[in-house]
Design a protein around this ligand. Structure first.
Ligand SMILES: NC(=O)c1ccc[n+]([C@@H]2O[C@H](COP(=O)([O-])OP(=O)(O)OC[C@H]3O[C@@H](n4cnc5c(N)ncnc54)[C@H](OP(=O)(O)O)[C@@H]3O)[C@@H](O)[C@H]2O)c1
Length: 308
């Protein structure tokens, strides 16, 4: 198949280009002009910024893809300037997605596969929720509620575009592995190594992790499948912070995280991190297993988190 990968220089996009090519697909990588030096090996490179509607339309029509894959974020700067990274990512998820949908339709693509996140659900009493659980669009933190609203808009655009362009949303769990924040050189790992990443007392917030290779595998499955809809792409073991954070520190040979009162967590960690560690809910991958025919090759974060 002819496939266009948008976000082809990214943590998921780059290995995805290689994985699709190794399965015999003809892959065009969409790359911004300023990032050309980091372009992956691909059958073709097409150049555009997704926020430039006309340039994007020309680039996508040059590639003539049957399937378009959306792996666009601006989260690389998450640790240097979180508000800016989240705001730019929200714009990519709203305006960028609209431009990509329009370009894909104009080029005659028949399928769109897009990255979303599996940690945007509103908290509830479950260990892990399914894809129908309400999103946390009314989170008390304005930054996070804006992020979740952008996610909801992305998903709506991908799933309800037109009869000719079928959509699949892959809600990835918290990515770990090479290039991610949890890689040994990544922002989260460096924070734990410095001893500055505390564990709020109880550590009851739940994270569903996902190895980057499994994110790539799910995108390949979604490209090659005919199913539509939203899927949690997560490992099999949703984990409380009280479990995974001490494990992560041990794997890194870092100091054990110091325990802080849960009430002080938002001031010390920011609202989102405090929420993730104290009250977030995990995500079940049951639907992806049955409908997409995908399952994680790394079923547990215990085998790998902090090791690469
Ligand atoms: N589920 C999760 O946990 C999750 C989800 C997403 C991201 N993250 C974290 O965020 C970090 C980045 O991961 P990622 O793969 O999503 O992001 P990434 O590695 O930064 O890749 C994002 C891609 O989007 C492209 N892009 C950004 N703005 C663009 C624009 N205006 N026009 C065209 N392309 C544009 C980037 O291209 P350029 O090279 O030109 O910038 C890059 O190819 C990692 O640390 C990861 O762990 C985590």
């Amino acid at each position: 198949m002819r496939i266009l990968v948008a976000g082809a220089t990214g943590v998921v996009g780059r290995p995805l280009v290689g994985a699709l090519r190794s399965r015999g697909h003809q892959v065009s990588a969409l790359v911004r002009e300023e990032s050309l030096a980091r372009a992956p090996e691909a059958d073709a490179i097409v150049v555009a910024d997704v926020l430039d509607r006309e340039a994007l339309s020309a680039a996508v029509s040059e590639a003539q893809p049957e399937v378009v894959v959306h792996q666009l974020t601006a989260l690389r700067d998450m640790f240097d300037n979180p508000p800016e990274a989240f705001a730019r990512t929200a714009r990519l998820r709203t305006e960028g997605t609209a431009n990509l949908v329009a370009a894909a339709r104009a080029a005659g693509a028949r399928r769109l596969v897009a990255q979303s996140i599996a940690f945007a659900a509103a908290p509830n009493a479950d260990l892990a929720v399914d894809e129908d659980a309400p999103l946390y669009v009314d989170a008390p933190d304005p930054g996070w509620s804006a992020t979740v609203r952008a996610i909801a808009e992305l998903e709506d655009q991908v799933l309800n575009t037109s009869a000719e362009l079928s959509g699949v949303v892959l809600r990835y769990g918290s990515l770990y592995g090479p290039g991610t924040a949890y890689a040994r050189t990544g922002g989260s790992a460096q924070w734990v190594l410095s001893g500055g990443f505390p564990l709020p007392e109880g550590g009851a917030g739940i994270t569903s992790f996902l190895h980057v290779e499994d994110a790539v595998g799910a995108a390949v499955a979604a490209v090659e499948s005919e199913v539509t809809g939203t899927f949690h792409i997560t490992d099999d073991e949703p984990a409380q912070a009280a479990q995974w954070l001490p494990h992560f520190a041990r794997a890194l040979d870092a100091p054990a995280p110091r325990v802080i009162p849960a009430t002080t967590a938002p001031q010390l960690l920011g609202w989102f991190m405090a929420h993730q560690l104290t009250s977030a809910v995990g995500a079940s991958n049951a639907r992806a297993r049955t409908e997409l025919g995908w399952k994680p090759q790394r079923p547990s974060w215990r085998n790998g988190l902090g090791e690469e």
